[in-house]
Design a protein around this ligand. Sequence first.
Ligand SMILES: [Zn+2]
Length: 124
Amino acid sequence: MTDSMATYKVRRGFSFESAHQLPEHPTCSVIHGHSYRGEIEISAGKLSSNGFVIDFGVLKDITAPYDHAKILTQTAEELAAEIGTSVLRQMEGQDNRSHLISVRVILWETANACAEWEWHVQDK
Ligand SMILES: [Zn+2]
């Protein structure tokens, strides 16, 4: 007999305009802007008691504060990790947290360059 498991997966796209500056970088130390866009993907083996992997509104609230808000000083990799870590923090309050399988963030900084961050449950 083969073991099987259903997986629920949700994705939410996001975009924000923000100022960017990497103080130590030879070219990015000059303040400039990016039209960031990306996607958050979350997989879980079970829904919360109210029927969600995670509420899409929660994901919207995680990325909304980046829009026109501040000068970002992180690299795309660091920013993707920050967004992903915020998703994990939000999942802590949900009753399906123990069934979380993965959180993935893809963040496009320019039309041609993106960073990806992924967390996934350890194999037991
Ligand atoms: Zn930049």
